[in-house]
Design a protein around this ligand. Structure first.
Ligand SMILES: Cc1cn([C@H]2C[C@H](O)[C@@H](COP(=O)(O)OP(=O)(O)OP(=O)(O)O)O2)c(=O)[nH]c1=O
Length: 354
């Protein structure tokens, strides 16, 4: 069995961060998302892995994948120059896959369900594809599976009237019949070759598709809200780094776990947590921050408000004078420089105004 990870999307909903980094390389709990998927595949014993990327992103991917030291692993980069959908991205890997069955992962997805459950279902007699589904609260945002008599009978991408709340999420196993399916479908109304349409084609043409329902956390990091949410539950789940170890990395500070602090960080006189990941080389001094992602080399100094629900980009600098009791949440782009004004400036009322 081979592995295929898709990483060639545009990531428009995560701009400006995706201007500098492809979405699968953004960190959750200080680790690039793609490495969680890669680890999942390697745990299944898969060591031939293809990654579909835009050619301009190859160096960034290689840089991140350098950290994976497994002599048995071979990674092949496959180009998708136009982002015409997940089905189209899979199609680019046809010659890499050859005659093998393969596990497909969406590179921006974090899935906690071990893929072993998926493979066991796939190994049942006569199965051509296995999908992972999960109950979601906003089915209209997902590809939704309709299930009857333990069989998937219908799949619909972002339905306006969902037939269930079971969303197909970013892990699948296919036989190469999926290429025949993709070649047979038309682009959707949004102009993309949808993987759900290709799976529907399999079902309609007598191929057998089964499924695994996961109750474990799973999400993509496609929006700031989902990125923060994924960071929160990954920190909660990992929470390996003992509190004392984290505290050692911070001087005169209060740490409210779960918190993760990377290498060479400077943390002084601050309140950090809960649910904060601080990536390597960042500096935080005289700040209070919770439920946020702080990327590499970011600096937060003397910020007058509590910072929450924020992403602080790589090398961004946020500072201010320490004189307020409110809070701030937001997006601080990579390398941006933001000075937060003090209380008087922010809340000054216009004299004599209405
Ligand atoms: C649409 C598309 C997605 N993908 C990958 C990228 C992601 O890891 C995964 C899910 O993609 P999406 O989140 O559906 O698309 P996107 O990454 O372009 O983001 P946005 O909608 O915000 O512009 O599939 C491709 O490799 N090629 C494609 O053509």
């Amino acid at each position: 069995m081979k592995g295929l990870i898709l990483g060639a999307g545009k990531g428009t909903r995560l701009r400006p961060f995706t201007y500098t980094q492809p979405k699968p390389l953004l960190p959750v709990a200080n680790q690039p998302v793609i490495l969680y998927g890669l680890t999942q595949l390697m745990k299944l014993g898969i060591n031939e892995i293809g990654i579909v990327i835009h050619p301009e992103q190859e160096e960034s991917f290689k840089q991140v994948l350098k950290s994976v030291n497994d002599p048995d692993l071979t990674v092949t980069y496959i180009y998708q120059t136009e982002q015409k959908g997940i089905g189209h991205a899979v199609m680019q890997a046809k010659s890499f896959i050859g005659k093998h069955p393969f596990v497909l992962l969406l590179g921006d997805n974090l899935i906690c369900e071990p893929l072993l459950a998926l493979r066991d279902q796939f190994n049942k007699k006569g199965i051509h594809s296995t999908v992972l589904v999960k109950e979601v609260s906003h089915p209209e945002d997902y590809g939704i599976a309709e299930i009857k008599d333990k069989k998937i009978v219908n799949l619909e991408e972002k339905p306006s009237r969902p037939k269930s709340n079971l969303a197909v999420i970013g892990a699948y196993i296919f036989t190469p019949y999926i290429f025949k399916a993709i070649q047979s479908i038309e682009p959707s109304a949004r102009g993309e070759y949808e993987i759900t349409d290709a799976i529907q084609w399999l079902i309609d043409h007598g191929y057998r598709v089964n499924y695994v329902i996961t109750g474990k956390p799973a999400s993509d990091v496609g929006t700031v809200e989902r990125w923060l949410e994924a960071n929160k539950w990954m920190l909660q789940m990992e929470n390996k780094e003992g509190l004392s170890e984290v505290k050692e990395k911070a001087q005169d500070s209060i740490i409210i776990p779960p918190v993760k602090i990377g290498k060479n960080c400077e943390i002084k006189q601050s309140v950090i947590g809960p649910y904060v990941s601080v990536d390597s080389g960042a500096k935080i001094e005289k700040c209070s921050i919770r439920n946020s992602v702080v990327l590499k080399g970011a600096r937060l100094e003397n910020v007058p408000f509590e910072i929450s629900d924020s992403i602080v980009g790589e090398g961004a600098s946020v500072s201010g004078s320490r004189d307020a009791e409110s809070h701030i949440s937001g997006i601080f782009p990579d390398k941006s420089s933001v000075i937060i004004p003090d209380k008087q400036t922010t809340f000054k009322k216009k004299e004599g105004g209405t």
